[in-house]
Design a protein around this ligand. Structure first.
Ligand code: ZN
Length: 150
């Protein structure tokens, strides 16, 4: 049956970051209104007894997972590389919600990290097809499962 379907849900969060060592303005602490598009692929549940009949994955369940794994942690946070000067200077700032990561927190580097968080949480038969992360209205990066081996 030709019913492999991609479903996408869009999330918004506000996040600050600083790119230590960058040769421009991004070295400074600044923020973006991020837009994360999560695209899953699978087949709609054919079971007429299932409350999820006709769904690849309930959008509400996807929302719950993204909120728990990503939004609750990164929204209104300052994300810094764990070995950066910014982290050292901000680590004890009581007014900052710091998330230290082991990579430069660019849009590009956030994507495989988000993908790795997400792939383990998806139900059987549902796969992550791609993620798109908008940093601004005109700039985004994408991660595709098909471009990456697991
Ligand atoms: Zn930025």
């Amino acid at each position: 049956m030709n019913n492999t379907i991609r479903v996408t849900k869009i999330f918004h969060f506000e996040m600050a970051h600083a790119l230590d060592g960058h040769d421009g303005l991004c070295q400074h602490i600044h923020g973006h209104s991020y837009v994360l598009e999560v695209c899953l692929i699978g087949k709609p549940d054919p079971n007429p007894q299932s409350p999820k009949q006709g769904m690849v994955m309930d959008f509400a369940d996807l929302k719950g997972i993204i909120n728990r794994l990503i939004i609750s942690r990164f929204d209104h946070a300052l994300v810094v590389r764990q070995d950066s000067n910014t982290h050292r200077l901000q680590a004890n700032n009581p007014n900052a919600r710091i998330v230290a990561v082991p990579f430069q927190p660019t849009c590009e580097n956030m994507l495989p990290y988000f993908a790795s968080l997400l792939t383990h949480e998806l139900p059987h038969g549902v796969a992550l097809h791609h993620l798109r992360l908008h940093e601004t209205a005109s700039a985004f990066a994408e991660w595709y499962a098909s471009d990456n081996d697991h």
